[in-house]
Each structure stands twice: as structure tokens, then as C-alpha cells.
Design a protein around this ligand. Structure first.
Ligand SMILES: [Ca+2]
Length: 280
């Protein structure tokens, strides 16, 4: 069963805000913003199988925009680069055109949430002991949640397919809704040397460790994307994200580009679950 908070994790405003933060960061290459812009289009166009083809027929665009945007995504799919200006134009258009779709999605999310809650109620009536679960029992990421940001005291552990969460309430039924901390760990298995660009966005703060070394530190920076490039040897690499929330909503998202390819979530096929958060 899908947990209610998972239904609302892909708010288009958050995705566009992350894209803008990256595109306005003079240090970050525009390609770091590509996964956010792609996700925004996927939300707007209901996850089309081929984005360039869908853009060529998108009615909310002018004819010139259709051709230009479709060409941009074709280039990206072929591993070519794009300019900051091209992506910023798409973000501006997405901001202008996504509102009605977003309202429809919100309505859909509420409807799904109502169905999910009804399902939970029925299960509780049948079994008398079923609680709301977060995450799942499968997935290569180990997620451990603590009630305080020092990562001490009682914790809750679950698994996830991806390092991509947004919480409006508690991250787990045993945890508070504010001032909690999460540690996400996984093992990245590479069969060849690989250059990886990591992009991390978090609310309220997070840091990324690769093989025990701090690679990104945004512990006191909320909502701003941070990027880093690592050349990794073939073999197993321990990936750790530490995240904390102060109050309000909380989120963590990690994407990566491998050898200059199209950025996206780390593919589950490259990841292995380890029950030990300290090592692979
Ligand atoms: Ca927060």
C-alpha cells in the first residue's frame, strides 16, 4: 500500500524551485538542472514515454517552442549539452502552464489518499493490528529515522527504492513531525571506473558521504541544490546521506549523472542493500 506522504512528494513547485536554484547558481553546470526540468515536464505531461515527441505535440506551447524544446530534449537524450538559457526558458514556460495540471494532480492525490486511508481502515478492521507503514520492505536504500538531529536514541528503519522523499508530517508513525533526522545508506556497485555528478537538494539540511568522506555539506542550507563530481573506481562504494528537519515540510532528493549521461536517480540495478549502515 502506498503511504499517504508518498503521494504528495512530487510537487511541481518544489521541482521547479530546485531547477531555478541550480540554473541561477553560476558555479553549477546547467546539466545539473536537467533532472528537475525533466521531472517537471513528466509531471505536467503525465510521464510520456518519449519527452521530445510529447513536447512536439504539447498544445500549451507555441509552434516555435514545440520545435525548440523537442530539439533540446532530443540533444539531451543523445548525450549532448544544452545552455542555461534554453533550460530557463522551459522553466518559465512550465511555471506559466503547469498550474491547472497541478490542481488536477492535487485532486488526484487527495482521491488516492482517501482510497489509501479507506484501505488502511478496512485492513485495521480485518486484522486489528495494521499500522501505516513508510517506505517498503524492499529497495536498495536503508532509511533510518531519529527523533533528534544528533542521530541518537530510538530510531525506525525501513527500505526505499530511491533517495527521494518529501514529508509533510512525520517520516514514520513512531517519529515526531519536526526536528527529526534521517540517515539514508546504500552500496553503489560499479563494474568500470565511472565519473559521477551528484546533485542533492534537501529541506532543511543534508550532507553526502562517499566512501566515508564528506562530499557535500549543506547541513545549514535549506532548499538549495548542491553539486559535486567524483571519479569512482570499479567496485563497491558506500553512499550515505545525513538529513535533518527543523520544522514544516522536510525533503531529501539525490540524483546523479554517470559519465556525463542524462541525470536521474541512481539506478536500483547499480545499488545493493546493506543492513549495516556503517559499511557495505
Ligand atoms: Ca523543514
Amino acid at each position: 500500500m502506498t503511504a499517504p506522504d508518498e503521494l504528495s512528494k512530487d510537487s511541481i513547485e518544489d521541482v521547479l524551485a530546485a531547477a531555478e536554484a541550480l540554473l541561477h547558481d553560476p558555479v553549477a553546470s546547467p546539466r545539473f538542472a536537467v533532472p528537475c526540468v525533466r521531472q517537471a515536464w513528466a509531471l505536467t505531461l503525465k510521464d510520456p514515454p518519449e519527452l521530445s515527441a510529447a513536447l512536439r505535440e504539447h498544445e500549451a506551447l507555441s509552434e516555435a517552442q514545440r520545435g525548440r524544446f523537442a530539439d533540446t530534449w532530443k540533444l539531451l537524450e543523445d548525450g549532448e549539452s544544452v545552455t542555461r538559457g534554453e533550460l530557463l526558458e522551459q522553466v518559465r514556460v512550465l511555471r506559466r502552464t503547469s498550474a491547472p495540471t497541478n490542481r488536477r494532480m492535487l485532486y488526484g492525490a487527495w482521491a488516492l489518499m482517501a482510497v489509501a486511508l479507506l484501505g488502511i481502515l478496512i485492513l485495521r478492521m480485518v486484522s486489528g493490528s495494521v499500522g501505516i507503514t513508510q517506505g517498503s520492505s524492499v529497495g536498495p536504500w536503508r532509511v533510518e529515522v531519529f527523533a533528534i538531529k544528533e542521530f541518537r536514541g530510538p530510531s525506525a528503519v525501513f527500505r526505499a527504492a530511491d533517495a527521494d522523499f518529501k514529508w509533510k508530517g512525520p517520516p514514520h508513525e513512531t517519529m515526531p513531525k519536526d526536528k527529526f533526522a534521517t540517515r539514508l545508506t546504500t552500496c553503489l556497485e560499479l563494474d568500470a571506473p565511472t565519473k559521477i555528478d551528484f546533485v542533492m537538494v534537501a529541506n532543511d539540511g543534508a550532507r553526502l558521504f562517499v566512501d566515508g568522506k564528506k562530499a557535500l555539506n549543506a547541513w545549514n542550507v535549506s532548499g538549495k541544490a548542491r553539486t559535486v563530481t567524483r571519479q569512482l573506481a570499479a567496485g563497491t562504494h558506500h553512499i550515505v546521506i545525513e538529513h535533518h528537519d527543523k520544522r514544516g515540510t522536510a525533503s531529501i532528493n539525490l540524483t546523479a549523472s554517470l559519465n556525463g549521461g542524462l541525470p536521474g536517480p541512481l539506478a536500483p540495478a547499480l545499488l545493493r542493500y546493506s543492513d549495516d549502515p556503517e559499511r557495505c
